[in-house]
Write a protein that binds this ligand. Structure first.
Ligand SMILES: O=C(O)CCC(=O)C(=O)O
Ligand SMILES: [Fe+2]
Length: 361
């Protein structure tokens, strides 16, 4: 029930393999106690019953297609607040068929329910495949979850040996979902460009060649959700992330003004958030916000994240039009590959990945 995770040492850039348990296999024995490897320090432990009842903004994407200028303008204002103050919103009326979203969740569930030997045929290597999210230190606290991680775009970057052949409709379902989430991500990027006062295709243009990554998360039930984290605090390395989450089970929490706020699932909605790349491109106007996932005592939870990223060789930096005397340049330009080295080094350790490029004012 172990698999090996690729550990990356940011100090010297070397990688080594560490042995980490598959949490689903561990949890299936219904343990009474939890290994120390998962138990967080007092400071990190989650409040699984937060009293905070703030809700993130809900954006009605249908308003951008209709013919009422007033409705469009109002929704644009809401999207601006969401991206500047929350970094997160729930998109409704987004145009992705509910039946496709259901099929994606069922496909992911069928995959995670396969026997372990079957899943290990796709065992993760070089951040692709089935296993554990980034592990970078021998003594690091581990997340109570397993993942399946695949590059989906551009199609020629797909590593097909990691793509399961079961469930039978896996590839067809993923293909359909990839193209739908790409359309939605493009729409949101164009709207955010427009709101920032740029040409609608400016951010897309800055992306260069587009890449999209898909992560399926499986959070097994946990006997002590108060002691562990399903996914450590991090901000996304993407430009934009689109998350399909379980309709009923709450797990995602975002950090707002120092407090952790649970994101209540809205059936049919998608959670969209700004990643580090868009924070940089917008010169800090849009916020890439720290978030994490907690576990539940008697329920598992599946979520599917699609990360819409600038291509691997793209040079990323703030849009020149967004820099002036009142808005000094906040980030130096860097190559996406340089960012990825920091990301794999520091991911799941708060928002450190992008700090290397921050210009101190
Ligand atoms: O499972 C979730 O709700 C969070 C997933 C997430 O933050 C990620 O994949 O980056
Ligand atoms: Fe995330």
């Amino acid at each position: 029930m172990f698999n090996s995770a690729l550990a990356f040492d940011p100090s010297d850039g070397t990688s080594k393999r560490l042995s980490v348990p598959i949490v689903q296999a561990l949890a299936s024995h219904r343990p009474d106690t939890i290994s120390q490897r998962y138990i967080r320090s007092e400071k990190e432990r989650p409040n699984i019953y937060p009293s905070n009842r703030l809700d993130i903004p809900i954006i009605d994407m249908g308003m951008f297609l209709g013919d009422s200028d007033l409705c469009r303008k109002k929704e644009m204002e809401k999207l601006e607040i969401a991206s500047q103050q929350w970094g997160f919103f729930q998109a409704v009326n987004h145009g992705i068929p509910g039946s496709l979203m259901e099929r994606m969740k069922e496909t992911a569930r069928e995959f995670f329910e396969l026997p372990l030997e079957e899943k290990l045929k796709y065992e993760a290597q070089e951040h692709e495949g089935y296993g554990k999210a980034s592990v970078f230190l021998d003594n690091q606290k581990l997340d109570w979850s397993d993942i399946m991680h695949l590059t989906t775009l551009p199609p020629e970057s797909r590593k097909m040996n990691f793509w399961p052949t079961w469930p039978v409709d896996f590839r067809a379902t993923v293909d359909e979902y990839v193209s739908e989430t790409q359309k939605l991500s493009n729409t949101v990027l164009c709207l955010l460009s427009e709101i920032a006062g740029l040409k609608p295709d400016s951010f897309l243009h800055m992306y260069g060649k587009i890449s999209q990554l898909m992560t399926w998360h499986y959070y097994p039930p946990c006997p002590r959700p108060d002691l562990v984290l399903g996914l450590s605090p991090h901000s996304d390395g993407s430009g934009l992330s689109v998350l399909l989450q379980d309709d009923e089970t709450v797990g995602l929490q975002i950090c707002k003004e120092g407090a952790w706020i649970p994101i209540q699932p809205i059936p049919g909605a998608l959670v969209i958030n700004i990643g580090d790349m868009l924070e940089v491109m917008s010169n800090g106007r849009y916020k890439s916000v720290e978030h994490r996932a907690v576990t539940n005592i008697d329920r598992d939870r599946i979520s599917i994240a699609m990360f819409y990223d600038p291509g691997g060789d793209t040079e990323v930096g703030p849009a020149p039009e967004l820099i002036d005397e009142l808005n000094p340049c906040q980030y130096r330009r860097f190559n996406r590959a340089e960012y990825m080295r920091h990301y794999f080094g520091y991911r799941h350790n708060g928002k450190k990945a992008i700090e290397f490029a921050k210009i101190e004012s």
